[in-house]
Design a protein around this ligand. Structure first.
Ligand SMILES: [Zn+2]
Length: 153
């Protein structure tokens, strides 16, 4: 039961090549939502970790519940949602962050998106790791998207 890891951008490129009608902006949004849910510790109704790619098409669920199969060998999963079955905090025990090439990222060096400044979760210690991951995942993106945002006003 091993997924084949693929980066978000590669997966989107692959999908739009296979299916030129793909709305890449919408797909990116749905994948980011799944990824953010996964990192925030949202689980499938059966208790297993979410399959982010499948969840982006079918709604949140694990591979087995979404496909009815137990062997995910050869199926893709976004690399940032691998490995499965460890909690978001075990993921990053030291609070260090790395990009896809293994370079360490320092969240303090990147300005916070303006969206974050009006969010209830800004400055809350327990939310910080997930918030940093969300921001660091989108350093290259023109538009910042967050599904955990809650207006504090
Ligand atoms: Zn499940």
């Amino acid at each position: 039961m091993n997924f084949a890891g693929i980066s978000l951008e590669k997966f989107i490129a692959k999908q739009s090549k296979n299916n030129p009608d793909t709305n890449t902006k919408d797909l990116r949004k749905r994948l980011l939502k799944g990824l953010q849910d996964f990192k925030a510790g949202v689980k499938c109704r059966c208790g297993n970790d979410l399959w982010v790619i499948g969840s982006s098409y079918l709604g949140n669920g694990c591979f087995t519940c979404l496909t009815g199969e137990s062997d995910s060998s050869g199926d893709y999963e976004i690399d940032k949602a691998l490995p499965k079955n460890i909690s978001a905090l075990e993921f990053l025990p030291t609070g260090n962050y790395f990009d896809d090439d293994g370079n360490e990222l320092n969240p303090d060096l990147h300005p916070k998106p303006t969206l974050c400044l009006s969010c209830k979760k800004d400055g809350i210690k327990e939310e910080e790791i997930v918030c940093n991951l969300t921001r660091l995942d989108q350093l290259e993106e023109k538009e910042f998207i967050c599904f955990a945002y809650e207006n504090k006003y």
